[in-house]
Design a protein around this ligand. Sequence first.
Ligand code: NAD
Length: 499
Amino acid sequence: MKTFKNFIGGVWAEPATGDYFDNVNPADTRDIIGRFPRSGAEDVERAVQAAKQGFELWRRTPAPIRGDVLRKVGDLLSARKEEIAQLMTREMGKPLNETRGDVQEGIDTAYYAASEGRRLFGHTVPSELRNKWAMSYRRPIGVAGLVTPFNFPMAIPTWKMFPALLCGNAVIFKPAEDVPHTATVLVEILLEAGLPPQVIQLVHGLGEEVGAAIVAHPEVPLISFTGSTETGRLVGEVCGRMHKRLSLEMGGKNAMIVLDDADLELALDGVLWGAFGTTGQRCTATSRLILQAGVHDEFLSRLVDRVRALRLGDGRKEGTDVGPLINANAVAKVERYVGIGQAEGADLLCGGRRATGKGLDAGHFFEPTIFARVKPCSRLEQEEIFGPVLAVIQVESVDEAFAVNNDVRYGLSSSIYTRDVNVAFRALNELDNGITYVNAPTIGAEAHLPFGGVKQTGNGHREGGWEVYEFYSETKVGYVDFSGVLQRAQIDTYLGTPD
Ligand code: NAD
């Protein structure tokens, strides 16, 4: 079995701990992909000291040149797209069409970042004083600690890493322990593209060990975290105490609303993809379906037929619709929530069990599950399950649908199916989410728009698009006075002050 290494200080290095963990294929747990370092605080310390050196070099590299490296990264990702999709499905489980999309998002993010190297706009504005220039520009910050989840093994690391690098920061990357192989290939590609080796450090290991050590390290001023709201709270507490710049992207409980006037066939396609794509393990997964009374019964019966026809299996096999959950803990969590739903009196319409049978017994498969008559404010309706479980809520009116959508602690994405343009625009205004889709499911973000959520999904920052470049750089203001005299702001600003 292959043993993988960290990348620290410009070399592939064994962990100081000497410990390793197995990376297992969730579709067949007999298939071990490799052993990866279970690193510790000493590895993090070495990574931080190396990254500091990398930062001194990289921050002086002109941004357009940094962009050229990222363009090459995009080219290399494109060339290796199929190979990466295959290995990603093997370690993460989702079907190949989804892992190809995951790599494509990394490619798009690379090319967007490359072009940003020739923008990184500041502002030049008039000074209130004569013969004086006033301008703002963007400076790199330092060593960025990036902690990422398992569900988008390529896209989410690139959302963080490429803007961080483009802005001139050095990076310490701690990928989720379920998907270390994709992370390793990403770092190989960055190096092949010509990134100076000290600028990127890859430290594998567990969240409570490596992740926590990066977050708490005093010489890492910038942390970007994507994961559960519970872990994000721990990260936020530490960063708050240490006055760190922090971006949090966390959980969701996203709803799709289908109104009486909706195109039902379109909405059916949407909810199948939104709820059961990635086995429900997307932060934007459709985990609630809010149905208006006039379409409730018909829509549900057609949906259950479609869900029963979904094919579970190894995501590398042609024809697989739904892959496995990521690990045994995820299966146990979904089972727990099925029990909670039943105890709360919801109607289990299909699924609700581990999936067994040919090709499934050695993997973490779970049947796509639908609960109807779910009560607003019940645990099934409020809590993130992160699995193939859809909670259906019936409502009478548009206003009630909006209220149910908004009455959760999360606020990532929402979706509405209607043919009424007035209602569609009202939804954009009134649904409390970072993203609202009209006549499309709750998933489908594009790399050049800001991505993130409100309430306990995030802390106000966004990934992607133009906004993320502000997170990874510091605004500096420069005033240049070429008047040759002392000019006092707010004092010598009267009309008639001599040149
Ligand atoms: P997780 O919180 O278990 O882990 C995320 C990362 O944090 C992993 O790398 C993990 O090792 C690390 N970690 C764990 N404990 C830590 C600690 N104490 N200190 C520092 N790091 C620690 O999440 P997960 O199971 O990998 O991913 C699923 C969650 O991520 C879901 O809640 C999902 O909604 C969320 N998510 C959110 C977005 C978004 O953009 N809002 C995107 C994808 C996933």
